[in-house]
Design a protein around this ligand. Structure first.
Ligand code: URA
Length: 434
């Protein structure tokens, strides 16, 4: 086979065969093809797209490029969940222990934050001693002993995606539905859970800017899952303002713990309980959404959810007392309250820019591999639709020192718009694709 012929075929709008796609993935992963030819093919795919069969074949070839954990052969059912990422998104931290507390195993590999969106692993590492870098054997052992494991993404899984993602990042080819869908789903297939719940976000703080594009991405991934024997469902949710109130690693961990105890903010708690209930329905643990929601509420109120989380934290080397008493989590030395500059209804909060302010405080990375400060971030005191008097608390800044807190104030204020007329609270959950 000739790579130039494959590039030309896609450039001219042709359909690639399964053999051509597998050949490209195998040879690019082995290092037999140069980046410039792979980049040319990615750009051709970006412009010409891929049909459902090509996208499935690309996903399967990427999944087969490295190790395959097949966790469903160890425990079944075993669920996985994935969010396309957003600001203040601590949903995995709450949903995974909730589902385990209701009797369904969860094996989850997550990423670190890059750019304005945070990463689940960084949030977990705000707990002293927590170890997310597990060997394959430890991952499987903790999963079978605790029915829950939360680890960093292994480089052994889908190495083709690792190489292609890095190339896409520097060649303007990230925002392509077949490329995003195959990238996410190849890693999910390589882990091999029996059930997968996707949270596909849209809005100012998300990859997908419109609900239509989020639906298209979600449908593509649900179909890939179905064709590969992984029961996959996707929720379409809005990221037009940060989720919950906390942004930043230890602050989000604290909020996730509050959600597990039934004390979290309404919007993010509702989403976590909804996603946990959906997973119980998918795996047949509940026969209706109402029954599933009751099971979830019971696990919150009888303490089973927080216990499941404390146990996995301890199993992965973390200090479980910080889960039981979240005030023991690391805290920033300086907190400054920014107040409303005038009276009015909060009309918009620019999620992406709020995420960037939190990064500037040290909570996120501008470059891969950078050190972060787990203690810093923001706690929103009001969300869209709230009425605030001038001088009322707007956002609490958690910083390494007072100067850094003051340095972000003007930028923070510019993330908000105000209205004199009442503003409705935005809808969070838009759709479910089965
Ligand atoms: N997340 C991924 O894993 N891959 C993409 O392409 C986009 C988001």
């Amino acid at each position: 086979m000739q790579i130039v012929e494959i590039i030309r075929k896609k450039r001219d709008g042709g359909t690639l065969s399964g053999a051509e796609i597998s050949w490209f993935i195998q040879h690019y992963t082995q290092g037999d093809l140069p980046d410039y030819q792979a980049a040319a093919l990615l750009m051709a795919i970006f412009w010409r797209g891929m049909n459902a069969l090509e996208t499935s074949q690309l996903t399967l070839a990427m999944a087969a490029s490295g190790a395959q954990l097949k966790i469903r052969q160890l425990v079944s059912p075993v669920v996985d969940k994935h969010s396309t990422g957003g600001v203040g998104d601590k949903v995995t931290l709450a949903v995974a222990p909730l589902v385990t507390a209701c009797g369904v195993a969860v094996g989850k590999m997550s990423g670190r934050g890059l750019g304005h969106t945070g990463g689940t692993i960084d949030k977990l590492e705000s707990i002293t001693g927590f170890n997310a870098e597990l060997s394959r054997d430890d991952f499987l052992r903790i999963l079978s002993e605790h029915q829950l494991v939360l680890a960093g993404q292994s480089n052994e899984l889908a190495p083709a995606d690792g190489k292609l993602y890095a190339l896409r990042d520097v060649t303007g080819t990230i925002e392509s539905i077949p490329l995003i869908a195959s990238s996410i789903m190849s890693k999910k297939l390589a882990i091999g859970a029996s059930h997968l719940l996707l949270d596909v976000k849209f809005g100012s703080g998300a990859f997908m800017k419109t609900v239509e594009s989020a639906r298209e991405l979600a449908s593509t991934m649900v179909e890939i899952g179905r064709n590969s024997g992984m029961h996959t469902v996707a929720s379409i949710t809005s990221m037009d303002q940060p989720l919950g109130r906390a942004i930043g690693n230890a602050l989000e961990m604290k909020e996730a713990i509050a959600i597990l105890k039934g004390e979290g903010p309404d919007d993010v708690s509702e989403l976590c309980y909804h996603e946990a209930a959906e997973l119980l329905m998918m795996t047949g643990k509940a026969s209706s959404m109402k029954q599933a929601e009751q099971q979830v509420a019971r696990a919150v109120h009888n303490g089973a959810a927080i216990k499941a989380f404390a146990e996995v934290v301890a199993a992965q080397g973390g200090d479980r007392r910080q889960v039981e008493e979240p005030d023991l989590l690391p805290a920033a030395p300086s907190t400054v309250m920014l107040t409303a500059p005038h009276s009015g209804y909060l009309a918009t909060i620019h999620a992406e820019r709020i995420g960037l302010v939190s990064m500037q405080l040290g909570a996120g990375r501008f470059k891969k591999g950078e050190e972060i400060d787990h203690r810093t971030g923001l706690v929103l005191q009001a969300k869209i639709g709230a009425y605030l008097q001038a001088g009322a608390p707007l956002v609490e800044i958690h910083a390494r020192n007072e100067q850094e807190a003051h340095a972000v104030q003007a930028e923070l204020l510019s993330c908000y718009t105000w209205s004199e007329a009442p503003v409705p609270e935005p809808q969070l959950i838009w759709d479910t694709i089965r």
